[in-house]
Design a protein. Structure first.
Length: 370
């Protein structure tokens, strides 16, 4: 007999998810460590013993431990502990990952990290143009599924670019980019991050919209792969992703902010503004290793496809590569349902051909040429 998901445990989890750091006003004025302690007590008060299914128990238990680490990292901001907890969460820079990053630089050295062939001809567009394009893509997804209702916000408190937070697409008012990058960027943010949030929300288990433990690497890998499928991967973009890895490796080896900045400029050819922003991302909070997941995740996607596996289960919600077999099992047991929405980038005129190349074996550098 199939185990039924206990309402009380999943309900308690949804309550925790919805109310993290949104408690009474007086809590907001307490010291951060005290607020973290409150959240940890809430987190570990959730009882998973009612799960009769060991698979579901393990999924929730893994996520509980991951959130515990995230809360610990939050309370350790600007201390030496921050970078070590970050390493525990997102992993170190593995030797093979560093080799892959350096290989990208070696094979794109003559191309440099300036503007691509499309970018030279493209005029820059502003945040309002990007907002309009985003709303058009969202409307197309909503025609597939009425429950796809993200909010789009123009913000003054973000650096140039855009990001997804749960069901919100945030666009910085300072954003300026070439027209050629828009489809790739929106495929990344809307076609992967928002799509899996709303598909996960439609599952009976709300954990699938919050994300299973370790999901972020595969999420970013899929999102970068989506850029390739619509023909938006450029040399500059690929070198930036590789630069995050070599910069993080230097940071973890004890390099100072200035030393890592100089390394990126002198050894890898980044302009000073790009190198500064890249370094700033790495050293925020005391040393955040999260940026290594983009290249690592992309390599996981390419390896996954090269082994003849499908990407379809990853559209059901936010899951990690390690959960692929578990998700297939839950799907067969009808504890999950098919995605409400499929990514629009899979219907791009060249997507099928590019996907087939990835299945036959594709390196990150070859994604630029295709």
């Amino acid at each position: 007999m199939l185990a039924v998901t206990p309402i009380n445990a999943d309900g308690a989890w949804r309550e925790f998810e919805a109310s993290r750091f949104e408690r009474s006003p007086e809590l907001l004025y307490r010291p951060l460590t005290m607020r973290v302690d409150v959240e940890k007590r809430k987190l570990f008060s959730i009882d998973f013993d009612h799960f009769e299914d060991p698979v579901l128990f393990e999924l929730y238990n893994e996520k509980q431990k991951e959130l515990d680490l995230q809360l610990s990292m939050l309370s350790a901001r600007d201390t030496p502990r921050f970078v070590e907890i970050s390493r525990a969460l997102y992993g170190p820079v593995e030797p093979a990952l560093l080799v892959a990053a350096r290989d990208i630089f070696a094979k794109t050295e003559t191309a440099g990290c300036g503007r691509g062939r499309h970018d030279v001809l493209d005029a820059n567009v502003d945040c309002y143009f990007l907002e309009s394009a985003a709303r058009s893509m969202i409307a197309a997804y909503r025609r597939q599924y009425q429950g796809f209702e993200p909010m789009v916000e123009l913000r003054d408190d973000l650096p140039s670019g855009l990001m997804v937070v749960n069901d919100r697409l945030l666009i910085s008012r300072s954003t300026s980019m070439t027209r050629h990058r828009i489809e790739a960027l929106l495929s990344h943010e809307i076609g992967v991050h928002l799509l899996t949030y709303f598909n996960g929300s439609a599952q009976g288990l709300h954990l699938f919209r919050l994300g299973l433990a370790g999901y972020e690497g595969m999420q970013e890998g899929l999102a970068v792969f989506a850029e390739y499928l619509v023909g938006g991967m450029t040399v500059a973009r690929l070198r930036l992703i590789a630069g995050r890895v070599v910069g993080c490796a230097a940071m973890l080896e004890g390099a100072s902010f200035e030393e890592t900045f100089r390394l990126l400029v002198r050894n890898y050819g980044f302009s000073e503004p790009v190198a500064f922003n890249l370094t700033l991302r790495l050293y925020r909070g005391g040393g955040l290793t999260k940026d290594v997941i983009y290249l690592r995740g992309l390599l996981e996607v390419l390896d996954h496809l090269g082994n003849g596996r499908s990407l379809d289960p990853f559209w059901m919600g936010k899951i990690a590569t390690s959960h692929f077999d578990v998700i297939q099992e839950l799907n067969l047991r009808r504890l999950l349902k098919a995605p409400e929405i499929k990514p629009a980038f899979l219907s791009h005129p060249q997507a099928a051909q590019r996907l087939e190349k990835a299945r036959l074996g594709l390196s990150p550098v070859e994604m630029v040429a295709n």
